[in-house]
Write a protein that binds this ligand. Structure first.
Ligand code: PGA
Length: 249
């Protein structure tokens, strides 16, 4: 049974000082839930400080994005080898990257291949918009996103992959998917991933994300289909985040 994952996506929040404080508070509480795999994804500028603040605790660090190239003339971007010493995970294909920064399935695939090449574990985000759900296209959209992101990925590399189902309409809206809605999508994702994983006998880890809070987290973790949560807003508040981790353990 893989450990339940609780990942906090801080997005573009926290100054350096606030990041160190928040990471310290989370790391301090992490010992209470050793069976949970905790991942903090601060803004890139705070990665080194957060890595130092979590120290030897059980908390892992993740980046929120990266470029696919090893180096080069890409002003403002961060290359995989730069992340290597700072983070174990990297979120890729978040819907905010797709919607606000024009990231395509093809770009997400290039980033995913680069992450694996540099021993960074991808947290691949997929999810449909409200319009896509209402017009019955959710399964097709998510299937396309995941297949495309995994194109040319070696089966041996799939073991380090984490997938996060994040319906766009649930992110930051306070309107989480129901457990049943999440389970349906997770089951279809699992079927796609199992087809790839069959040879390595690995269980794909699929997280739910989108308005996860201390009020609804328990229900999600009770489902066998849901291997953890990717948390946005609620991870910025240490007590609420600790509560979510407690439910996961
Ligand atoms: P939210 O964000 O928890 O604030 O909805 C989740 C995410 O975007 O990963």
């Amino acid at each position: 049974m893989p450990r339940t994952i609780v990942a906090g996506n801080w997005k573009m929040n926290t100054t350096l000082t606030a990041a160190v404080e928040l990471a310290g508070a989370v790391a301090q509480g992490a010992g209470k839930a050793p069976e949970v795999e905790l991942i903090l994804c601060p803004p890139a500028i705070s990665l080194a400080a957060v890595r130092d603040a979590v120290g030897v605790s059980l908390v892992a660090v993740g980046a929120q994005n990266m470029h696919f190239a090893d180096s080069g003339a890409f002003t403002g971007e961060i290359a995989p080898p730069m992340l290597r010493d700072l983070a174990r995970y990297v979120i890729l294909g978040h819907s905010e990257r797709r919607q606000l920064f024009g990231e395509t399935d093809e770009l997400v695939n290039r980033k995913l291949l680069a992450a694996l090449q540099h021993d960074l574990r991808p947290i691949l985000c997929v999810g449909e918009t409200l319009q896509q759900r209402e017009s019955g296209q959710a399964a097709a959209v998510i299937g396309r996103q995941v297949r495309s992101a995994l194109s040319d990925v070696a089966i041996a590399d799939l073991g380090s992959l984490v997938v996060a189902y994040e319906p766009v309409w649930a992110i930051g809206t306070g309107r989480a998917a129901t457990v049943q809605q999440a389970e349906e999508v997770h089951a279809s994702l699992r079927a796609i991933l199992r087809a790839e994983w069959a040879d390595v006998g690995m269980e794909p880890r699929i997280l739910y994300g989108g308005s996860v809070s201390p009020h609804n987290a328990r229900e999600f973790f009770e489902s066998d289909e849901i291997n953890g949560a990717l948390v946005g807003n609620a991870c910025l508040e240490p007590e609420g985040f600790a509560k979510i981790c407690e439910f996961a353990s």
